[in-house]
Ligand binder design. Structure first.
Ligand code: HEM
Length: 491
């Protein structure tokens, strides 16, 4: 057959044509993304507008809130952080994105690009709003005020055990305590008992249980499915993300979880209002119960451990605040047995310390929704755009909080700080998918903190400890070791 090109020319021309098409496509995409895309008018880093790499890099850098703060400071209240993603930081945007829809507004749902999981989803990861509401209804008796009152005895028990363990290690054996691990022991023991009917005995053994260590180190793995949807090319690197050895550990973890949940099912209705007493009548499969239990652990134990770790550091670095808290607690209680959910709810300074710890060192943020084609803070956002209100940035915005980088519990009490108080409970989000365990979290944090302050004096081994530098900030903050010296409280 007649041909105008020789074989050698074909070898050059075909790859050349492929490369030229790729370059044309890339140039076309860049032009479209920067000037013609529906989000083209929103400011932000140029690289973020043309590629998901900026988002992926920021998300995995461990500095997400810092990068987002710098980005919002530079570009304003609405920033384009990926070709199809916007981040907002005004209180009205927060309400519009996460709140219950009012006055005919449409609901913002959880997008697959972030919430997709590889296994049966626990409540947090369910995207269908009807299914999520059904599960919330099914699980809500375990989070009712009545249930919380009975759950308090579990909190009391493990917090008292924590005081004993710290006394043994620090006072009798003269050791420093990594308080970040100690909070992880106590919060997982509490939730272990409430979800599986048995604790991990971590406080008693002063040692993180295998089950817990896997789930806390899986923090990074949990964001992978979403990242792979954004950047499918990363699939080539999956052997580095998930080695054979890690896969084996996760398999063992799954088996152990199933064993634990089967044991819980055998225990039946424990008549003590734990998380599952109300749903064991065959309403959820074994696999689903296991998944819900694991979700509760991530959502409800590690979160509290993170905030309490932050508060311990802030108190260790702010003598006046620590003294004020001590004064309130010592005058309120004569005996540690008096410390419970109700009695601590009457302590304004303690509550303010908890609120301030949540503001400055929240455990999670950057949890996205997808726009149904609706306004956010007066701005129409087209359907399908991924949006979020970056609460870790909002918590340090000087328009929301005066002197925002300072640990100042007074801002939640003093009349002159009325502006600061609009955003209480910001870090628990709000609306149909807001935190189910908020009340429990407050009670648990107040009780643990009050009992530790009642029993001990403490000081940081490194008084200049820099929380934000030491702890990686991913979707969920990753705790780092925080060595603390405890001594019995001076009477
Ligand atoms: C300091 C402590 C805590 C913080 C800051 C926190 C924060 C949050 C946030 C921000 C969400 C919403 C996620 C979203 O809408 O995208 C959430 C959901 C949730 N939290 Fe918490 N949480 C805490 C403690 C707890 C505790 C103690 C529990 C008890 C098990 C718990 C159970 C849940 C559950 C079940 C959901 C899922 C609700 C749903 O998907 O509909 N949380 N939490």
């Amino acid at each position: 057959m007649f041909s105008v090109f020789s074989d050698t020319e074909y070898y050059i021309l075909i790859p050349g044509a492929v490369v030229a098409s790729l370059i044309a496509y890339a140039v076309g995409w860049v032009v479209y993304a920067l000037w013609f895309h529906p989000l083209a008018r929103y400011p932000g880093p140029r690289f973020a507008a043309i590629s998901n790499i900026w988002y992926a890099w920021s998300w995995t850098s461990g500095r997400w809130p810092t990068i987002m703060k710098e980005t919002h400071d530079k570009y304003g209240d609405i920033v384009r952080i990926a070709p199809n993603d916007l981040s907002f930081i005004t209180p009205q945007a927060f309400k519009d994105i996460y709140g219950h829809p009012v006055k005919g507004r449409k609901l913002f749902l959880k997008p697959e690009i972030f919430w997709k999981t590889l296994s049966v989803p626990g409540i947090l990861f369910i995207m269908d709003p009807k299914e999520a509401q059904e599960k919330r209804d099914l699980l809500s008796p375990g989070f009712s005020p009545k249930a919380l009152r009975t759950q308090e005895s579990v909190i009391q028990n493990y917090t008292d055990q924590l005081v004993e363990t710290i006394t043994r290690l620090s006072v009798k054996e003269n050791k420093t305590i990594d308080i970040s691990d100690a909070f992880n022991w106590v919060t997982f023991d509490i939730l272990g008992e409430l979800a599986f009917g048995e604790s991990f005995e971590a406080v008693k053994n002063a040692k993180t249980h295998f089950w817990t260590s896997v789930i806390t180190s899986a923090n990074f793995i949990s964001i992978l499915p979403g990242l792979l949807m954004r950047l499918p090319i990363l699939k080539l690197a999956s052997p580095w993300f998930m080695t054979k050895e890690q896969e084996g550990i996760y398999d063992m973890h799954r088996r152990l979880t199933m064993e634990k949940i089967r044991k819980r099912i055998e225990l039946g209705d424990l008549a003590k209002d734990d998380f599952f007493s109300h749903v064991l009548k065959g309403e959820m499969s074994e696999e689903e119960l296991a998944s819900q239990a694991s979700t509760f652990m991530v959502a409800g134990a590690e979160t509290i451990a993170i905030v309490l770790t932050g508060i311990t550091v802030f108190l260790g670095q702010n003598k006046r605040t620590f003294d004020e808290l001590k004064a309130e607690i010592f005058s309120a209680f004569k005996d540690t047995a008096e410390i419970d959910g109700e009695s601590t709810s009457r302590l304004p300074y303690l509550k303010a310390v908890v609120e301030e710890g949540l503001r400055l060192f929240p455990p999670v943020s950057g949890l996205p929704r997808v726009s149904p084609g609706e306004t956010i803070d007066g701005e129409y956002i087209p359907e399908g755009v991924i949006v979020m209100a970056e609460t870790r940035v909002m918590g340090r915005d000087k328009r929301n909080f005066s002197d925002p980088d300072t640990f100042k519990p007074e801002r939640w009490i003093d009349e002159k700080h009325t502006m600061d108080r609009r955003l209480t409970n910001l870090m628990f989000y709000m609306g149909p998918r807001g935190c189910m365990g908020m009340q429990m979290a407050h009670v648990e944090m107040r009780m643990i903190l009050a009992k530790l302050v009642f029993a001990f004096d403490w000081e940081l081994v490194d008084p200049k400890y820099d929380l934000l530098r030491e702890c990686r900030q991913l979707v969920q903050t990753q705790r780092a070791a925080v060595p603390v010296r405890f001594s019995p409280r001076c009477a």
